[in-house]
Design a protein. Structure first.
Length: 186
């Protein structure tokens, strides 16, 4: 579905899947099995279809994995275009999922979340922050004002934090801080 999905894991081989794209999960399941990982967390940055369409298939394959989504986004899991038939946990600013801290980053959607691992200096930003760009804010529940406040908030993280978005290449907070400053957005 042209969406970036990320798999991270800790020393205990507990894996985190950020977003799940579509239903073609063969490469993911092969990688998990080959590397002896246990998929413990399925974490959704927001509820747009290109980020959640494969959720039922992933959970069918890994029923023990816990699903997380922003409380404001939960309605996407039971909408008319997609129905998730499992249980899930809602998260908000400051919550922790394993080693990752939840950061509220509304703008692309009202409940967009980013996930920051201070120890590894990794940020999963979903469709909030892209490499030298940012998410759309002309969609239902989106807001440019909120998005630019969220981008400013993310730019307060250390500059060497690596950022991974829903649709672009890897970046760093330092690179995005410079880009957004040059654009007059922060």
């Amino acid at each position: 579905m042209m969406t970036n999905c990320y798999l991270a894991w800790n020393d205990k081989k507990e894996a985190y899947l950020f977003d799940c794209g579509g239903e073609n999960i063969d490469r993911l399941t092969t990688f998990i099995k080959t590397n002896g990982l246990t998929l413990k967390y399925i974490i959704l940055t927001h509820g747009h279809g290109d980020h959640i369409a494969g959720l039922n298939k992933i959970v069918e394959e890994y029923p023990e994995a816990e699903v997380y989504i922003g409380k404001e986004e939960a309605a996407f899991l039971t909408g008319r275009n997609f129905v998730y038939n499992g249980t899930y946990n809602v998260v908000k600013e400051g919550d922790k999922i394993g080693e990752f801290v939840v950061i509220d980053t509304p703008g692309h959607t009202i409940g967009s979340k980013s996930f920051y691992c201070p120890e590894a200096k990794i940020l999963i930003s979903g469709d909030t922050m892209f490499r030298r760009s940012y998410g759309r804010y002309d969609l239902p529940t989106s807001s440019g004002d909120m998005l630019f406040k969220s981008l400013k908030k993310l730019c307060e993280l250390p500059e060497d934090v690596r950022g991974y978005s829903g649709h672009s290449d890897e970046t760093t907070i330092g690179e995005e801080k410079q880009f957004l400053s040059m654009q007059g957005l922060i």
